[in-house]
Ligand binder design. Structure first.
Ligand code: NAD
Length: 487
Protein backbone atom coordinates (compact mmCIF):
# COMPACT_ATOMS: atom_id res chain seq x y z
CA UNK A 1 0.00 0.00 0.00
CA UNK A 2 1.28 3.36 -1.13
CA UNK A 3 1.33 5.20 2.17
CA UNK A 4 1.27 2.53 4.88
CA UNK A 5 2.94 3.91 8.03
CA UNK A 6 5.11 1.72 10.27
CA UNK A 7 2.18 1.43 12.71
CA UNK A 8 -1.05 3.22 13.56
CA UNK A 9 0.05 5.24 16.57
CA UNK A 10 3.14 7.12 17.67
CA UNK A 11 3.53 7.02 21.44
CA UNK A 12 6.46 7.72 23.72
CA UNK A 13 8.84 8.29 20.82
CA UNK A 14 7.99 5.19 18.79
CA UNK A 15 5.44 3.59 16.51
CA UNK A 16 2.95 1.39 18.34
CA UNK A 17 0.30 -1.01 17.06
CA UNK A 18 -2.72 -2.62 18.66
CA UNK A 19 -4.61 -4.69 16.12
CA UNK A 20 -7.58 -5.01 18.47
CA UNK A 21 -8.60 -1.50 17.39
CA UNK A 22 -11.22 -1.10 14.64
CA UNK A 23 -9.74 -0.95 11.14
CA UNK A 24 -9.42 2.53 9.58
CA UNK A 25 -8.90 2.43 5.83
CA UNK A 26 -7.21 5.44 4.33
CA UNK A 27 -8.49 6.04 0.80
CA UNK A 28 -6.83 8.21 -1.83
CA UNK A 29 -9.68 10.57 -2.72
CA UNK A 30 -8.60 10.85 -6.36
CA UNK A 31 -9.08 7.14 -7.03
CA UNK A 32 -10.79 5.58 -4.03
CA UNK A 33 -7.80 3.22 -3.70
CA UNK A 34 -6.90 2.00 -0.19
CA UNK A 35 -3.46 3.48 0.48
CA UNK A 36 -3.06 2.50 4.14
CA UNK A 37 -4.81 0.37 6.71
CA UNK A 38 -4.63 1.44 10.35
CA UNK A 39 -6.31 0.65 13.64
CA UNK A 40 -8.26 2.95 15.91
CA UNK A 41 -6.87 3.34 19.40
CA UNK A 42 -8.15 0.90 21.97
CA UNK A 43 -8.64 2.16 25.55
CA UNK A 44 -5.22 0.64 26.33
CA UNK A 45 -3.60 2.77 23.62
CA UNK A 46 -5.33 5.91 24.90
CA UNK A 47 -4.02 5.16 28.41
CA UNK A 48 -0.53 4.54 27.11
CA UNK A 49 -0.44 7.83 25.22
CA UNK A 50 -1.76 9.91 28.09
CA UNK A 51 0.56 8.21 30.58
CA UNK A 52 3.57 8.90 28.34
CA UNK A 53 2.57 12.55 28.00
CA UNK A 54 1.98 12.93 31.72
CA UNK A 55 5.36 11.40 32.55
CA UNK A 56 7.34 13.46 30.05
CA UNK A 57 5.77 16.89 30.60
CA UNK A 58 7.35 18.12 33.88
CA UNK A 59 10.91 17.58 32.66
CA UNK A 60 10.13 19.37 29.38
CA UNK A 61 8.61 22.31 31.23
CA UNK A 62 11.78 22.51 33.35
CA UNK A 63 14.10 22.76 30.33
CA UNK A 64 15.41 26.17 29.39
CA UNK A 65 13.20 28.00 26.91
CA UNK A 66 16.14 28.35 24.52
CA UNK A 67 16.69 24.59 24.46
CA UNK A 68 12.98 23.95 23.88
CA UNK A 69 12.82 26.58 21.17
CA UNK A 70 15.86 25.09 19.41
CA UNK A 71 14.11 21.73 19.07
CA UNK A 72 10.96 23.28 17.62
CA UNK A 73 12.99 25.34 15.17
CA UNK A 74 14.95 22.25 14.12
CA UNK A 75 11.63 20.48 13.46
CA UNK A 76 10.64 23.40 11.23
CA UNK A 77 13.90 23.02 9.28
CA UNK A 78 13.37 19.28 8.78
CA UNK A 79 9.82 19.91 7.60
CA UNK A 80 11.08 22.39 5.02
CA UNK A 81 13.82 20.00 3.87
CA UNK A 82 11.14 17.31 3.38
CA UNK A 83 8.47 19.60 1.98
CA UNK A 84 8.07 17.59 -1.21
CA UNK A 85 7.59 14.22 0.50
CA UNK A 86 5.30 15.67 3.17
CA UNK A 87 3.26 17.46 0.51
CA UNK A 88 2.85 14.27 -1.50
CA UNK A 89 1.67 12.49 1.62
CA UNK A 90 -0.77 15.32 2.33
CA UNK A 91 -2.06 15.05 -1.22
CA UNK A 92 -2.56 11.30 -0.82
CA UNK A 93 -4.26 11.83 2.54
CA UNK A 94 -6.62 14.60 1.42
CA UNK A 95 -6.73 14.67 -2.40
CA UNK A 96 -5.65 18.32 -2.39
CA UNK A 97 -3.57 19.28 -5.45
CA UNK A 98 0.18 19.13 -5.08
CA UNK A 99 0.38 22.76 -6.27
CA UNK A 100 -1.47 23.65 -3.05
CA UNK A 101 0.08 21.24 -0.58
CA UNK A 102 3.63 22.24 -1.51
CA UNK A 103 2.92 25.87 -0.60
CA UNK A 104 0.25 25.69 2.11
CA UNK A 105 0.47 22.56 4.23
CA UNK A 106 3.86 21.42 5.59
CA UNK A 107 5.15 24.95 5.04
CA UNK A 108 2.49 26.49 7.30
CA UNK A 109 3.20 23.76 9.87
CA UNK A 110 6.90 24.59 9.71
CA UNK A 111 6.11 28.29 10.14
CA UNK A 112 4.29 27.43 13.31
CA UNK A 113 7.24 25.50 14.82
CA UNK A 114 9.63 28.26 13.78
CA UNK A 115 7.44 31.03 15.19
CA UNK A 116 6.69 29.37 18.52
CA UNK A 117 10.25 28.07 18.82
CA UNK A 118 11.47 31.65 18.43
CA UNK A 119 8.89 33.11 20.78
CA UNK A 120 9.64 30.67 23.55
CA UNK A 121 13.38 31.14 23.14
CA UNK A 122 12.80 34.88 23.51
CA UNK A 123 10.98 34.15 26.74
CA UNK A 124 7.42 33.79 27.89
CA UNK A 125 7.88 36.12 30.79
CA UNK A 126 5.57 37.30 33.52
CA UNK A 127 5.18 40.65 35.25
CA UNK A 128 6.65 42.18 38.35
CA UNK A 129 4.00 44.11 40.28
CA UNK A 130 5.32 46.56 42.88
CA UNK A 131 3.05 46.86 45.94
CA UNK A 132 4.91 49.34 48.10
CA UNK A 133 6.96 47.32 50.56
CA UNK A 134 5.64 44.05 49.17
CA UNK A 135 5.52 42.93 45.59
CA UNK A 136 4.04 40.21 43.44
CA UNK A 137 5.09 38.50 40.27
CA UNK A 138 3.31 36.43 37.70
CA UNK A 139 4.53 33.59 35.58
CA UNK A 140 2.93 31.68 32.74
CA UNK A 141 2.84 27.98 33.56
CA UNK A 142 1.93 25.08 31.28
CA UNK A 143 -1.39 23.31 31.66
CA UNK A 144 0.01 19.76 31.53
CA UNK A 145 -1.36 17.19 29.08
CA UNK A 146 -3.17 18.80 26.16
CA UNK A 147 -5.32 16.92 23.68
CA UNK A 148 -5.58 18.03 20.04
CA UNK A 149 -8.36 16.70 17.81
CA UNK A 150 -8.15 17.46 14.11
CA UNK A 151 -10.43 17.86 11.10
CA UNK A 152 -9.55 16.39 7.70
CA UNK A 153 -9.04 19.48 5.60
CA UNK A 154 -5.57 20.54 6.81
CA UNK A 155 -4.27 17.47 8.67
CA UNK A 156 -0.60 18.42 8.88
CA UNK A 157 -1.23 22.08 9.51
CA UNK A 158 -3.71 21.34 12.30
CA UNK A 159 -1.29 18.86 13.92
CA UNK A 160 1.35 21.63 13.97
CA UNK A 161 -0.91 24.57 14.83
CA UNK A 162 -1.92 22.73 18.00
CA UNK A 163 1.38 21.02 18.73
CA UNK A 164 3.70 24.02 18.34
CA UNK A 165 2.12 26.41 20.88
CA UNK A 166 1.33 23.54 23.25
CA UNK A 167 4.95 22.36 23.29
CA UNK A 168 6.35 25.89 23.33
CA UNK A 169 4.36 26.64 26.47
CA UNK A 170 5.80 23.53 28.16
CA UNK A 171 2.93 21.08 27.71
CA UNK A 172 2.79 17.57 26.30
CA UNK A 173 0.30 16.68 23.58
CA UNK A 174 -1.78 13.72 22.51
CA UNK A 175 -3.10 14.41 19.03
CA UNK A 176 -5.88 12.54 17.29
CA UNK A 177 -6.18 13.24 13.57
CA UNK A 178 -9.46 12.83 11.72
CA UNK A 179 -10.23 9.24 10.78
CA UNK A 180 -10.41 10.46 7.15
CA UNK A 181 -6.82 11.68 7.13
CA UNK A 182 -4.76 9.63 9.58
CA UNK A 183 -1.34 9.81 7.90
CA UNK A 184 0.25 13.27 8.12
CA UNK A 185 0.29 13.71 11.90
CA UNK A 186 2.40 10.56 12.31
CA UNK A 187 5.12 12.16 10.20
CA UNK A 188 4.97 15.33 12.30
CA UNK A 189 5.54 13.21 15.42
CA UNK A 190 8.47 11.44 13.75
CA UNK A 191 10.06 14.73 12.72
CA UNK A 192 9.68 16.29 16.15
CA UNK A 193 11.50 13.36 17.71
CA UNK A 194 14.19 13.45 15.05
CA UNK A 195 14.64 17.13 15.92
CA UNK A 196 15.36 16.14 19.51
CA UNK A 197 11.99 16.29 21.23
CA UNK A 198 12.16 14.05 24.30
CA UNK A 199 9.90 11.03 23.96
CA UNK A 200 6.36 11.17 25.25
CA UNK A 201 5.79 14.84 24.50
CA UNK A 202 4.00 14.57 21.17
CA UNK A 203 1.93 11.45 20.70
CA UNK A 204 -0.44 10.60 17.87
CA UNK A 205 -3.26 8.13 18.20
CA UNK A 206 -5.86 7.18 15.61
CA UNK A 207 -9.59 6.99 16.00
CA UNK A 208 -12.97 8.45 15.28
CA UNK A 209 -15.87 10.03 17.15
CA UNK A 210 -15.86 7.12 19.60
CA UNK A 211 -12.17 7.56 20.42
CA UNK A 212 -12.32 11.33 20.94
CA UNK A 213 -14.41 11.13 24.12
CA UNK A 214 -11.87 8.74 25.73
CA UNK A 215 -9.36 11.55 25.43
CA UNK A 216 -11.66 14.42 26.33
CA UNK A 217 -13.02 12.69 29.43
CA UNK A 218 -9.67 11.47 30.72
CA UNK A 219 -8.92 12.91 34.19
CA UNK A 220 -5.24 13.51 33.37
CA UNK A 221 -6.07 15.80 30.44
CA UNK A 222 -5.97 19.52 31.21
CA UNK A 223 -6.96 20.98 27.87
CA UNK A 224 -8.73 20.06 24.65
CA UNK A 225 -8.29 21.88 21.37
CA UNK A 226 -10.71 20.79 18.67
CA UNK A 227 -10.89 21.67 15.02
CA UNK A 228 -14.17 20.40 13.69
CA UNK A 229 -17.82 21.11 13.09
CA UNK A 230 -20.17 23.03 15.37
CA UNK A 231 -22.15 19.93 16.46
CA UNK A 232 -18.92 18.16 17.44
CA UNK A 233 -17.75 21.33 19.18
CA UNK A 234 -20.87 21.39 21.32
CA UNK A 235 -20.32 17.77 22.39
CA UNK A 236 -16.62 18.19 23.10
CA UNK A 237 -17.09 21.47 24.99
CA UNK A 238 -19.84 19.89 27.10
CA UNK A 239 -17.68 16.87 27.91
CA UNK A 240 -14.69 19.07 28.74
CA UNK A 241 -16.88 21.23 30.97
CA UNK A 242 -17.57 18.12 33.07
CA UNK A 243 -13.92 18.15 34.10
CA UNK A 244 -13.59 21.97 33.98
CA UNK A 245 -10.93 21.60 31.29
CA UNK A 246 -9.54 24.39 29.18
CA UNK A 247 -10.89 24.36 25.62
CA UNK A 248 -10.13 25.89 22.27
CA UNK A 249 -12.87 25.42 19.68
CA UNK A 250 -12.04 25.99 16.02
CA UNK A 251 -15.38 25.27 14.39
CA UNK A 252 -17.32 25.84 11.22
CA UNK A 253 -18.51 28.97 9.45
CA UNK A 254 -20.68 30.54 6.77
CA UNK A 255 -18.63 33.64 6.34
CA UNK A 256 -19.65 36.74 4.40
CA UNK A 257 -17.45 38.32 1.77
CA UNK A 258 -18.74 41.75 0.72
CA UNK A 259 -17.85 43.29 -2.64
CA UNK A 260 -18.68 47.00 -2.96
CA UNK A 261 -19.14 48.65 -6.34
CA UNK A 262 -15.82 50.52 -6.08
CA UNK A 263 -13.79 47.35 -5.50
CA UNK A 264 -11.08 46.20 -7.86
CA UNK A 265 -13.28 43.52 -9.41
CA UNK A 266 -10.51 41.22 -10.56
CA UNK A 267 -9.08 41.14 -7.03
CA UNK A 268 -12.51 40.65 -5.52
CA UNK A 269 -13.25 37.78 -7.90
CA UNK A 270 -9.84 36.26 -7.20
CA UNK A 271 -10.48 36.57 -3.46
CA UNK A 272 -13.93 35.04 -3.78
CA UNK A 273 -12.58 32.14 -5.86
CA UNK A 274 -9.75 31.47 -3.41
CA UNK A 275 -12.26 31.77 -0.58
CA UNK A 276 -14.55 29.15 -2.13
CA UNK A 277 -12.53 26.80 -4.31
CA UNK A 278 -9.14 26.46 -2.60
CA UNK A 279 -8.81 22.96 -1.12
CA UNK A 280 -11.94 22.09 -3.11
CA UNK A 281 -13.89 24.42 -0.84
CA UNK A 282 -12.99 22.50 2.31
CA UNK A 283 -11.80 25.49 4.33
CA UNK A 284 -13.56 26.56 7.51
CA UNK A 285 -13.04 30.28 6.98
CA UNK A 286 -14.31 30.32 3.40
CA UNK A 287 -16.33 33.35 2.35
CA UNK A 288 -19.23 31.29 1.07
CA UNK A 289 -21.82 34.09 1.15
CA UNK A 290 -20.50 36.52 -1.43
CA UNK A 291 -22.55 39.73 -1.21
CA UNK A 292 -22.03 41.73 -4.41
CA UNK A 293 -23.27 45.27 -4.96
CA UNK A 294 -26.14 45.17 -7.42
CA UNK A 295 -24.32 47.85 -9.47
CA UNK A 296 -21.47 45.48 -10.37
CA UNK A 297 -23.25 42.15 -10.01
CA UNK A 298 -23.59 41.31 -13.73
CA UNK A 299 -19.99 42.15 -14.50
CA UNK A 300 -18.83 40.24 -11.41
CA UNK A 301 -20.79 37.13 -12.38
CA UNK A 302 -19.72 37.18 -15.99
CA UNK A 303 -16.00 37.43 -15.18
CA UNK A 304 -16.37 34.93 -12.34
CA UNK A 305 -18.03 32.38 -14.63
CA UNK A 306 -15.26 32.71 -17.23
CA UNK A 307 -12.51 32.29 -14.66
CA UNK A 308 -14.25 29.42 -12.84
CA UNK A 309 -14.72 27.44 -16.04
CA UNK A 310 -10.98 27.64 -16.70
CA UNK A 311 -10.07 25.93 -13.41
CA UNK A 312 -8.04 22.81 -14.14
CA UNK A 313 -9.59 19.79 -12.43
CA UNK A 314 -7.59 16.58 -12.44
CA UNK A 315 -4.99 14.31 -10.92
CA UNK A 316 -3.88 16.00 -7.67
CA UNK A 317 -0.31 14.79 -8.19
CA UNK A 318 -0.11 16.63 -11.52
CA UNK A 319 1.48 20.04 -10.98
CA UNK A 320 -1.01 21.65 -13.36
CA UNK A 321 -4.08 20.57 -11.39
CA UNK A 322 -5.82 23.39 -9.56
CA UNK A 323 -8.80 21.53 -8.11
CA UNK A 324 -8.68 18.03 -6.71
CA UNK A 325 -11.43 15.75 -5.44
CA UNK A 326 -13.32 16.13 -2.19
CA UNK A 327 -11.94 14.22 0.77
CA UNK A 328 -14.52 11.43 0.71
CA UNK A 329 -17.50 9.98 -1.12
CA UNK A 330 -19.79 10.99 1.76
CA UNK A 331 -18.61 14.59 1.76
CA UNK A 332 -19.23 14.83 -1.99
CA UNK A 333 -22.73 13.39 -1.55
CA UNK A 334 -23.41 15.99 1.11
CA UNK A 335 -22.27 18.80 -1.19
CA UNK A 336 -24.28 17.43 -4.14
CA UNK A 337 -27.38 17.35 -1.97
CA UNK A 338 -26.84 21.03 -1.07
CA UNK A 339 -26.52 21.82 -4.79
CA UNK A 340 -29.88 20.09 -5.36
CA UNK A 341 -31.40 22.17 -2.57
CA UNK A 342 -30.00 25.35 -4.11
CA UNK A 343 -31.67 24.53 -7.42
CA UNK A 344 -34.92 23.48 -5.76
CA UNK A 345 -35.11 26.64 -3.67
CA UNK A 346 -34.74 28.87 -6.74
CA UNK A 347 -31.09 29.96 -6.89
CA UNK A 348 -29.69 30.44 -10.40
CA UNK A 349 -26.91 28.02 -11.29
CA UNK A 350 -24.22 30.06 -13.05
CA UNK A 351 -21.70 27.27 -13.52
CA UNK A 352 -20.83 23.79 -12.24
CA UNK A 353 -23.39 21.92 -10.20
CA UNK A 354 -22.31 18.32 -10.74
CA UNK A 355 -19.57 15.78 -11.22
CA UNK A 356 -17.08 16.72 -13.95
CA UNK A 357 -17.47 14.23 -16.79
CA UNK A 358 -13.91 14.48 -18.06
CA UNK A 359 -12.49 13.01 -14.83
CA UNK A 360 -12.84 9.27 -14.95
CA UNK A 361 -12.44 6.67 -12.23
CA UNK A 362 -13.66 6.44 -8.67
CA UNK A 363 -12.39 9.81 -7.40
CA UNK A 364 -14.69 12.09 -5.43
CA UNK A 365 -14.55 14.96 -7.89
CA UNK A 366 -17.07 17.76 -8.08
CA UNK A 367 -17.30 20.87 -10.24
CA UNK A 368 -16.60 24.31 -8.77
CA UNK A 369 -20.11 25.71 -8.53
CA UNK A 370 -21.53 29.22 -8.46
CA UNK A 371 -25.09 30.10 -7.59
CA UNK A 372 -26.50 33.61 -8.14
CA UNK A 373 -29.79 35.16 -6.97
CA UNK A 374 -29.27 33.47 -3.63
CA UNK A 375 -31.45 34.93 -0.89
CA UNK A 376 -30.77 34.97 2.83
CA UNK A 377 -33.35 32.33 3.73
CA UNK A 378 -32.14 29.64 1.32
CA UNK A 379 -30.55 26.57 2.86
CA UNK A 380 -27.37 27.09 0.82
CA UNK A 381 -27.04 30.59 2.31
CA UNK A 382 -27.55 29.43 5.89
CA UNK A 383 -25.72 26.12 6.34
CA UNK A 384 -22.04 25.29 6.03
CA UNK A 385 -21.64 23.20 2.86
CA UNK A 386 -17.88 22.61 3.11
CA UNK A 387 -17.37 22.16 -0.60
CA UNK A 388 -16.70 24.31 -3.68
CA UNK A 389 -20.09 26.02 -3.79
CA UNK A 390 -20.16 29.82 -3.94
CA UNK A 391 -23.40 31.64 -3.21
CA UNK A 392 -23.68 35.13 -4.69
CA UNK A 393 -26.22 37.43 -3.04
CA UNK A 394 -27.09 40.96 -4.23
CA UNK A 395 -27.18 44.05 -2.01
CA UNK A 396 -27.89 47.76 -2.35
CA UNK A 397 -26.38 49.60 0.61
CA UNK A 398 -23.84 49.30 3.37
CA UNK A 399 -26.10 49.15 6.43
CA UNK A 400 -28.29 46.55 4.79
CA UNK A 401 -25.39 44.30 3.85
CA UNK A 402 -23.78 44.51 7.29
CA UNK A 403 -27.06 43.46 8.95
CA UNK A 404 -27.54 40.59 6.53
CA UNK A 405 -23.91 39.47 6.81
CA UNK A 406 -24.27 39.29 10.59
CA UNK A 407 -27.58 37.42 10.52
CA UNK A 408 -26.01 34.01 11.11
CA UNK A 409 -25.17 31.85 14.09
CA UNK A 410 -21.59 31.57 12.80
CA UNK A 411 -18.84 34.13 13.31
CA UNK A 412 -15.61 32.67 12.03
CA UNK A 413 -14.44 35.09 9.33
CA UNK A 414 -15.52 37.88 7.03
CA UNK A 415 -14.10 39.93 4.18
CA UNK A 416 -14.70 43.21 2.45
CA UNK A 417 -13.46 44.42 -0.93
CA UNK A 418 -13.61 48.19 -1.48
CA UNK A 419 -11.38 51.00 -2.72
CA UNK A 420 -12.69 53.17 0.13
CA UNK A 421 -10.47 52.25 3.06
CA UNK A 422 -12.56 54.21 5.53
CA UNK A 423 -15.51 52.11 4.56
CA UNK A 424 -13.37 48.97 4.67
CA UNK A 425 -12.44 49.60 8.30
CA UNK A 426 -15.96 50.75 9.22
CA UNK A 427 -17.53 47.59 7.82
CA UNK A 428 -14.84 45.32 9.31
CA UNK A 429 -15.55 46.95 12.65
CA UNK A 430 -19.23 46.04 12.45
CA UNK A 431 -18.94 42.51 11.11
CA UNK A 432 -19.21 39.84 13.80
CA UNK A 433 -16.28 37.52 13.17
CA UNK A 434 -13.00 36.44 14.70
CA UNK A 435 -10.80 37.05 11.66
CA UNK A 436 -11.48 39.64 8.96
CA UNK A 437 -9.82 40.64 5.74
CA UNK A 438 -9.93 43.92 3.84
CA UNK A 439 -9.05 43.59 0.13
CA UNK A 440 -7.71 40.10 0.74
CA UNK A 441 -9.16 36.79 1.83
CA UNK A 442 -8.17 33.67 3.76
CA UNK A 443 -4.54 34.56 4.39
CA UNK A 444 -3.59 33.19 7.82
CA UNK A 445 0.11 33.69 8.52
CA UNK A 446 1.23 32.37 11.89
CA UNK A 447 1.86 35.91 13.16
CA UNK A 448 -1.86 36.76 13.31
CA UNK A 449 -4.47 35.28 15.67
CA UNK A 450 -7.01 32.99 14.06
CA UNK A 451 -10.32 31.80 15.49
CA UNK A 452 -14.02 32.35 15.69
CA UNK A 453 -16.77 34.09 17.57
CA UNK A 454 -20.43 33.15 18.11
CA UNK A 455 -21.03 29.48 17.26
CA UNK A 456 -17.74 29.28 15.34
CA UNK A 457 -15.86 28.78 18.57
CA UNK A 458 -13.56 30.43 21.02
CA UNK A 459 -9.88 30.59 21.78
CA UNK A 460 -7.28 31.58 19.19
CA UNK A 461 -4.65 29.69 17.27
CA UNK A 462 -1.38 31.18 16.04
CA UNK A 463 0.32 34.39 17.21
CA UNK A 464 1.23 35.17 20.79
CA UNK A 465 -2.46 34.82 21.66
CA UNK A 466 -2.26 31.03 21.21
CA UNK A 467 0.24 30.75 24.06
CA UNK A 468 -2.34 32.20 26.44
CA UNK A 469 -4.60 29.30 25.57
CA UNK A 470 -1.92 26.71 26.36
CA UNK A 471 -0.80 28.16 29.68
CA UNK A 472 -2.22 29.81 32.75
CA UNK A 473 -1.08 32.62 34.98
CA UNK A 474 0.37 31.91 38.37
CA UNK A 475 0.59 34.89 40.74
CA UNK A 476 2.99 34.98 43.67
CA UNK A 477 2.53 37.64 46.38
CA UNK A 478 5.71 38.26 48.36
CA UNK A 479 5.45 39.73 51.85
CA UNK A 480 8.61 41.67 52.74
CA UNK A 481 7.85 42.53 56.37
CA UNK A 482 6.12 41.24 59.45
CA UNK A 483 2.51 40.08 59.12
CA UNK A 484 0.20 42.55 60.86
CA UNK A 485 -2.66 40.48 62.30
CA UNK A 486 -5.48 42.12 64.32
CA UNK A 487 -5.64 39.17 66.69
P1 NAD B 1 -16.02 16.70 12.64
O1 NAD B 1 -16.62 17.61 13.62
O2 NAD B 1 -16.86 15.63 12.06
O3 NAD B 1 -14.75 15.95 13.27
C1 NAD B 1 -13.66 16.66 13.80
C2 NAD B 1 -12.85 15.75 14.70
O4 NAD B 1 -13.59 15.49 15.88
C3 NAD B 1 -12.52 14.39 14.10
O5 NAD B 1 -11.21 14.04 14.46
C4 NAD B 1 -13.52 13.47 14.79
O6 NAD B 1 -13.07 12.12 14.88
C5 NAD B 1 -13.63 14.09 16.15
N1 NAD B 1 -14.86 13.85 16.89
C6 NAD B 1 -16.10 13.67 16.39
N2 NAD B 1 -16.99 13.53 17.40
C7 NAD B 1 -16.28 13.63 18.56
C8 NAD B 1 -16.63 13.59 19.94
N3 NAD B 1 -17.88 13.42 20.34
N4 NAD B 1 -15.66 13.74 20.86
C9 NAD B 1 -14.38 13.95 20.48
N5 NAD B 1 -13.99 13.98 19.19
C10 NAD B 1 -14.93 13.84 18.24
O7 NAD B 1 -15.40 17.67 11.55
P2 NAD B 1 -14.76 17.27 10.14
O8 NAD B 1 -15.87 16.82 9.26
O9 NAD B 1 -13.57 16.40 10.35
O10 NAD B 1 -14.22 18.68 9.64
C11 NAD B 1 -15.01 19.62 9.02
C12 NAD B 1 -15.47 20.68 9.99
O11 NAD B 1 -14.35 21.25 10.65
C13 NAD B 1 -16.16 21.82 9.31
O12 NAD B 1 -17.29 22.23 10.04
C14 NAD B 1 -15.13 22.93 9.31
O13 NAD B 1 -15.65 24.22 9.24
C15 NAD B 1 -14.43 22.67 10.60
N6 NAD B 1 -13.09 23.25 10.58
C16 NAD B 1 -12.82 24.35 11.36
C17 NAD B 1 -11.57 24.95 11.32
C18 NAD B 1 -11.25 26.16 12.16
O14 NAD B 1 -10.08 26.44 12.37
N7 NAD B 1 -12.22 26.91 12.65
C19 NAD B 1 -10.58 24.42 10.50
C20 NAD B 1 -10.88 23.32 9.72
C21 NAD B 1 -12.13 22.73 9.77
Amino acid sequence: MKAQPAASHFIDGEYVEDTDGAVIESLYPATGEVIARLHAATPAIVEKAIAAAKRAQPEWAAMSPTARGRILKRAAEIMRERNRALSELETLDTGKPIQETTVADPTSGADSFEFFGGVIAAGLNGDHIPLGRDFAYTKRVPLGVCVGIGAWNYPQQIACWKGAPALAAGNAMVFKPSENTPLGALKIAEILHEAGLPKGLYNVIQGDRTTGPLLVNHPDVAKVSLTGSVPTGRKVAAAAAGGLKHVTMELGGKSPLIVFDDADLDSAIGGAMLGNFYSTGQVCSNGTRVFVSRKVRDEFLSRLKTRTEKIIIGDPLDEATQLGPMVSFDQRQKVLSYIDKGKAEGATLITGGGIPNHVTGEGYYIQPTVFADVTDGMTIAREEIFGPVMCVLDFDDEDEVVDRANATEFGLSAGVFTADLTRGHRVADQLQAGTLWINSYNLCPVEIPFGGSKQSGFGRENSLAALEHYSELKTVYVGMGPVEAPY
